[in-house]
Design a protein around this ligand. Sequence first.
Ligand SMILES: Cc1ncc(COP(=O)(O)O)c(C=O)c1O
Length: 443
Amino acid sequence: MSSSVFHRDLRAAYPSVVSAEGMYLTTGSGQRILDAVGGASTVVLGHGVREITDAVARHGSELSFTYGATFTNPWQEQLAEALVAMNPEIAARVYFASGGSEGVETAVKMARQYHLQCGRPGRHKVIARWQSFHGSTLATLSLSGRPAWREPFLPLLPPAPHIVPPYCYRCPLGQAYPGCGVACADDLERTIVMEGPDSIAAFIAEPVIGSTVTAVVPVPEYYRRIREICDRYDVLFIADEVLTGYGRTGRWLAIEHWGVAPDIVVMGKGISSGYVPLAAVLASQRVVDAFTAGSGTFSHGFTYSGNPFCTFVGLQVLRYALAHQLFEGVAAKGQHLRTALGHLAGRHQIIGDVRGLGLFAGLEIVADRASREPFPEKAGLTRRIVRGALERGVLILPGVAGANYGRGGDHIHLSPPYIITPAEIDLVAQVLDETLTEIEASL
Ligand SMILES: Cc1ncc(COP(=O)(O)O)c(C=O)c1O
């Protein structure tokens, strides 16, 4: 099929989705697909919610654009106020952006300028973790510890130090919890000291690792230790909650599971449930105070930041989610999902690990469960599982090559809209069961 679109894969024939409602997508050829990943962990309310689309149609004729350097508008003010109210201990003010990558870039510049405001001009580096993902722009890709995506652009990436991830299933330090003493967190201190504390502005992490090694949940002590180290060296802690925020893990922000408050939080994806491009950077009181006491200005700006149309949609999405108590169901549904996946692991030897939190779950696929040896990349296990499920009418996402220390390794990503029912979760598990049975028979 010829196309004028510069697709990710110019040789692939992408199925065209022409409509969607609730949990289901419909393609141009009439296939109905159960969306078990909310597009890309984005659709939280379900597709095509009439209350939202009707409100959007009404709003469009009222006000579609203002420029943030000149005006504010009621919707960005109201959405910011609502986001602060969701967790005032973490957020004092909100900066809006048009997507996760823009949000992370904003957080990095905010952290850098925070230190300038505080009279510490040497602090400019942001430390990140290997096997992480923070975005596709050059600066956010430099933070992302995803070798496969970094490699083509390495000469262009600004330098960023990386520490080991808290990935117990394949501990990068070759240790085992709890005997390890959570040494992976101490790698942050080692790196700060080696790089020179006076050069470090911030540490950034996805509280639950997102797409590079799907749904890895760090051990309970991990973020308290991280927070202590950040405090000891005056380093800001940025939580990248683009995927894990907005109730995805059963709490408003995933970091709340660890009882830790970051200095800056980035939210994206679910914040607009996919209706419009939107992200939010939540700045804590400490950060806001430094700006207010310093120059008062944040040297940064996007044309679409705080766009009245997008923030209006964000406000409608939040009101809808609260009115329908969608966040409340996530923890129990997530438990149901992990239990169903656990049963699958009992039936399929190639499932090495089942993990996740709330409605974000991951399966790691291995050739040998005892040694955790991955399949060779050329076996294409992830691709085959995703294709097999799609043929059976269920959309799941491939984990991006990264599980095996960033080089191959198979993992599957599930992050359904919050409206998924227990019966639909069972259907997803049944389709995975059939798909894995077929693949195992062919190995
Ligand atoms: C944790 C995390 N941060 C940042 C991003 C980048 O967001 P976007 O694709 O909206 O720019 C993503 C996207 O998947 C993500 O998962």
